[in-house]
Design a protein around this ligand. Structure first.
Ligand code: ZN
Length: 363
């Protein structure tokens, strides 16, 4: 065990998911399709190396770095479906670039692959628990076109979507994922698209329909991630006030929340909102690292951010994380692997420093 002496209080720390892919994998992917057998060895190397480097940071929970999610955290499960087109919902980022969802062209809606396949590969290499991220039903609901699909009503689509999502979640839970994290990056974006809040309400309702299918024990291992987006050092909704999001977010029937916080202008104001709306039994992993900032945080900075958060969130309900993944889109090379792991190392070390201080005060 890494601890000589167990702390009285533990502050869990977990990554969000993605790590920049190795350059040789990105290069090969530019030449062949993401399912090309020529990639098998490169994928395998990437997963093994990612987990080794994750464990070397002292992280007690790791991911596969989403090395096999193509092309991103949003569409990995539907990428390659014959009944989709490339011109789906557009996500605009702060620097002017956009990313797109796929558009469903006809029914029925089925996943092409489930994320538990990634978990299988990761667990072969990992010596510590592995968490798995999956995309939210609300994000995939954006694939259904506003004008509808002849012969495949939206109601049927939603039924199919919920069943596919539930299948993916159950497979990950059954295979022993430490946590299954639902990526809900479109939550804050929803408030930007529809300031009335109705779109966000509909997303919360849909995701709660899915979460309701799970037992309270399962939900302890189910988390939800919210962030302002992170791609090519840009965000999609950082200007949206958390006050318009967090009260509704905590209505989700999940045990754990991963909330981007490090990049906020006024962290104490956000922490005040969290304190007000947090429910008993929920654990909030606050972001203490900014993946889109090239500067590597120090362990002392992280420690101070954890201490700050502990003034607002009871320590039994507190955890730490990164604000977002380090490369949610597979071709994003704006951060390199060395920087990502150095930042993760600072998070692990800084959280441990805070844990010691808080544990000592509590004794
Ligand atoms: Zn994120």
């Amino acid at each position: 065990m890494p601890y000589a002496k167990p702390a009285l209080l533990t502050i869990p720390t977990e990554p969000i998911g993605s790590i920049p892919r190795p350059p040789d994998l990105i290069q090969k992917l530019a030449q062949v399709g993401s399912e090309d057998p020529a990639l098998a060895a490169l994928y395998e190397d990437a997963v093994r190396d990612t987990i080794e480097r994750f464990e070397a940071t002292g992280s007690l929970v790791v991911t596969d770095g989403e090395q096999r999610k193509y092309h991103n955290f949003l569409t990995y499960c539907v990428h390659g479906l014959p009944n989709t087109a490339a011109d789906g919902f557009k996500i605009p980022f702060s620097d002017g670039h956009t990313r797109r969802m796929l558009r469903l062209t006809r029914g029925p809606f089925r996943y092409m692959r489930y994320a538990d396949a990634y978990l299988d590969a990761a667990m072969r290499y990992a010596n510590v628990p592995v968490k798995q991220a999956v995309i939210s039903p609300s994000a995939l609901s954006l694939m259904y076109p506003a004008e509808g699909i002849a012969g495949y009503p939206r109601k049927q689509f939603i039924e199919d979507l919920l069943r596919e999502h539930e299948t993916e979640m159950r497979r990950c839970l059954q295979k022993g994922a430490h946590k299954v994290q639902i990526d809900f990056t479109e939550a804050r974006l929803a408030v930007k698209i529809d300031p009335s809040g109705q779109l966000l309400d509909s997303f919360i309702d849909l995701n709660n329909l899915a979460l309701s299918r799970f037992s309270p024990e399962d939900r302890l291992r189910i988390g939800v991630h919210t962030c302002p987006g992170g791609d090519l050092h840009a965000t999609h909704s950082a200007e949206i006030d958390y006050a318009d999001l967090l009260p509704k977010l905590f209505e989700l029937k999940a045990g754990t929340f991963y909330v981007a916080l490090a990049c906020e202008q006024d962290r104490r104001r956000v922490l005040t909102i969290i304190r007000k709306y947090l429910k008993p039994g929920q654990r909030i992993f606050v972001g203490v690292i900014t993946p889109i900032d090239p500067r590597i945080e120090t362990a002392e900075e992280v420690r101070d951010r954890v201490l700050e958060a502990s003034e607002y969130i009871p320590v039994e309900q507190l955890g730490t994380t990164d604000d977002c993944g380090f490369a949610p889109f597979s071709d994003d090379t704006s951060t390199n692997r060395d920087t990502a792991f150095a930042k993760i190392g600072a998070r692990v070390m800084g959280t441990k420093l805070a844990e010691k201080l808080i544990g000592a005060h509590g004794s």
